[in-house]
Design a protein around this ligand. Structure first.
Ligand code: ADP
Ligand code: MG
Length: 384
């Protein structure tokens, strides 16, 4: 038993008594490149990280559901009637939302409840998708114990429905896809229109590189309004250009877009169109083992988000500048923007120095203390 399973085994025994039917684990994720492309039917390239949610779960003979998490040790009591009525409160909306979404996808509500104990080392709200980790851990577990036979694509869609409908967060399917399709030493290349998935080898380790994540601790205070505004601009741009989604435009269409659109809308469109192109070129570069080119694409992605999409903040720009000064192969903000994390791909023996530089820069400017850590491309959701 590993450390994570120990914790949930004890929590399960202490809360519900006895041993669980099994243990399951699902990771968080980081997005390497492809930002604000998901809702434009475009491309993303996340990987599953070595931080995950671990659960111990047993099916029950009745309709009750009991949940406990190290996140908040109060035991939540619910049942399948509440699930069908989508009557959820607090964090239990994530696991219970998955149970609801499974029923929706099967076209038949669940008939048996379950007990589940949950632990996670994915930082919550840091942009590494602790939400997809808990959803996918519960989804693979229920798929197994209820004998449902859903494939990984189904499970990702179930997690997205839980997040959209049960939790009420209007998110795409990237996080869940990364969490279920993740593979050690590989990224998950996802086409957000067809939902086709391809694992792309990364080779960071063999090249002596690591990916450092810097959580700027800047809250996404304008995130909701900013996100809505960017989505609206993309929809406007696509409509004016006569396409279903910005995915349908290429860089060759940009001169026409510049003539047709106002300056702000044009720059929003240019970010998405060039970002899609950068994801495709990244996949080609990684397949060719050209990490230098991949790093250049990361840098270009950051500039595009900063200047065209205007979703960066000074703290994110400062991390990217420090990374470039420290000799990183590439660096960019990651996630929806307006705060959150930046990532840097750099030689393993430079990571501590960059983390120290970033601390110093933030202290000098009187910013909140950032938190830095490396992440390793890891396997996706699974039974243990
Ligand atoms: P993130 O960027 O980490 O996905 P979200 O706001 O999307 O941030 O999701 C975080 C929420 O997910 C938490 O507030 C909590 O409700 C739920 N959550 C995540 N991990 C756990 C856990 N281990 N136990 C209980 N709830 C969790
Ligand atoms: Mg989330």
């Amino acid at each position: 038993m590993t450390a994570g399973t120990d914790t949930v085994a004890h929590l399960f025994a202490a809360t519900f008594g006895g041993s669980p039917a099994g243990f399951w684990r699902a990771p968080g994720r980081v997005n390497l490149i492809g930002e604000h492309t998901d809702y434009n039917d475009g491309f993303v390239l996340p990987f599953a990280i070595d931080r995950a949610t671990t659960i111990a779960l047993s099916p029950r003979d009745d309709r009750r559901i009991r949940l406990v998490s190290t996140f908040d040790e109060a035991v939540v009591e619910s049942d399948l009637d509440a699930v069908e009525q989508r009557a959820f409160t607090g964090w239990s909306a994530y696991p219970l939302g998955v149970a609801w979404a499974i029923g929706e996808r099967r076209g038949a509500p669940a008939t048996h409840g379950f007990d589940v104990a949950i632990d996670s080392d994915v930082p919550v709200g840091a942009g590494l998708s602790s939400s997809a980790a808990i959803e996918m851990a519960v989804a693979v577990a229920l798929n197994d114990v209820w004998g449902l036979g859903f494939d990984r694509g189904d499970l990702a869609r179930i997690g997205q429905r839980a997040e959209n409908i049960a939790v009420g967060a209007p998110t795409g399917i990237m996080d869940q896809s990364a969490s279920v399709f993740g593979q050690a030493d590989a990224a998950v290349f996802l086409d957000c229109r067809s939902l086709a998935v391809e694992q792309v080898p990364l080779g960071f380790d063999a090249a002596g590189l690591v990916l450092l994540v810097v959580d700027t601790k800047v809250e996404h205070s304008h995130a909701t309004g900013g996100y809505r505004d960017r989505r609206d601009a993309c929809e406007r741009g696509a409509a004016a250009m006569g396409v279903a989604a910005l995915r349908d435009l290429s860089v060759d269409d940009l001169p026409r877009a510049q003539e047709l659109l106002d300056d702000v809308t044009f720059r929003r469109v240019r970010h998405v169109v060039t970002e899609d192109a950068r994801v495709l070129e990244s996949v080609a570069a990684l397949k060719a083992g050209d990490l230098v080119r991949f790093g250049e694409l990361m840098d270009a992605s950051h500039v595009s988000m900063r200047d065209d999409f205007e979703i960066s903040v000074p703290q994110l720009d400062a991390v990217v500048e420090a990374a470039q000064a420290a000799g990183a192969v590439g660096a960019r903000m990651t996630g929806g923007g307006f705060g959150g994390c930046a990532i840097a791909l750099l030689p393993a023996d430079e990571a501590d120095a960059l983390a120290a530089d970033v601390l110093q820069v933030f202290a000098e400017r009187g910013w909140r203390e950032p938190v830095s850590f490396t992440v390793i491309p890891s396997d996706g959701a699974r039974a243990l």
